[in-house]
Design a protein around this ligand. Structure first.
Ligand code: A3P
Length: 297
């Protein structure tokens, strides 16, 4: 394991932490990455898992309020329960049921998650918007000083050279694990479905978590976790209280169209077809215009 500088296609460097052949964010403390598989798991732990930029903050926010049964106005962010980031003694000290989150593949997490059949909310988002979101996020990270150009970032990101590797490896690994463990309670949520009709998706989340909140509560939660409300509420303060700069950026489906040049899009589509051959995952890259009506903004 070591601190490394990973170059994009134009030679601009991104600082990362490398462990067992995989790149991770360059956190000041890396014990939580190295020891993630050792976190003692409780029967009632709940996990939110997804590739970075798939809407983890959004779903974490909705889930914690469903579990608490009240709307919250604080600036606490998901970092408090992020298994590869939060100190593990702090995770140990959390009261049950713990709401934990991670961008790790299931096969690298503590095996007790599977053995104890913990609930997992698994998030998916189309990889073009993920790449755009990730690029813009990294540009804003103060300790990265990354000034690389989009055209030098995109392909390397898709090929998995940066933090957490490739979206394709991640989602294909998760699909395989889900098939291998049909007994695992997993709720799969798509960012695009949430944008299309988040009240519908919140009902699914409520039922999965067994929180059984009223329709009135779910409507209020829908408003309270909308992009505009969350963006305002989560003003950046410290990494663990308040959002990192750039987390609440646009919150839309299809922003990739403003970034992918025709030749990049062509390259991506071919790569996608090759990598996803044999997978029955249905990923939507756009929403029909009228479908976003009533979605949280
Ligand atoms: P964009 O950069 O495309 O705007 P994660 O939480 O996994 O890091 O994902 C961050 C992405 O989710 C960002 O996407 C962010 O704007 C979006 N997001 C965060 N909260 C949201 C919300 N309440 N509604 C819609 N999108 C949200």
């Amino acid at each position: 394991m070591s601190r490394v500088k990973v170059l994009d296609a134009g030679g601009d460097a991104l600082p990362m932490f490398q462990h067992q052949g995989q790149n991770y964010p360059n956190y000041p403390q890396t014990d939580s990455i190295v020891n993630i598989h050792k976190v003692p798991i409780r029967d009632d732990d709940i996990f939110i898992c997804g590739f970075p930029k798939s809407g983890t903050h959004w779903v974490w926010e909705a889930s914690r309020m469903l579990l608490a049964g009240r709307l919250m106005d604080d600036t606490v962010e998901k970092g408090v329960g992020m298994m590869e980031y939060a100190p593990h003694d702090a995770i140990q000290a959390m009261s049950s049921p713990r709401l934990l989150n991670t961008h790790f593949k299931l096969s690298l997490l503590p095996p007790d998650i599977v053995k104890k059949r913990c609930k997992i909310v698994y998030l998916l988002r189309n990889p073009k918007d993920v790449a755009v979101s990730y690029y813009n996020f990294i540009l804003k990270l103060p300790n990265y000083n990354y000034r690389g150009k989009w055209e030098n970032f995109m392909k390397y990101h898709v090929l998995g050279k940066f933090s957490y590797g490739s979206w394709f490896d991640f989602v294909l690994d998760w699909e395989e694990e889900k098939l291998k463990h049909p007994e695992l309670p997993v709720l799969t949520l798509h960012y695009e479905d949430m944008k299309e009709n988040n009240l519908r998706e919140l009902r699914k989340l409520d039922s999965f978590l067994g929180t059984d909140r009223s329709e009135g509560f779910l409507s209020a939660l829908y408003e309270h976790t909308s992009f505009t409300v969350m963006e305002k509420r989560k003003a950046p303060t410290t990494p663990i209280q308040g959002a990192l700069p750039g987390v609440y950026r646009k919150g839309t489906v299809g922003d990739w169209k403003n970034w992918f040049k025709p030749e990049q899009n062509e390259w991506f589509d071919k790569y996608y077809t090759d990598r996803m051959e044999g997978s029955d995952l249905n990923i939507r890259f756009t929403l029909p215009r009228r479908a976003t009506m009533g979605a949280s903004t």
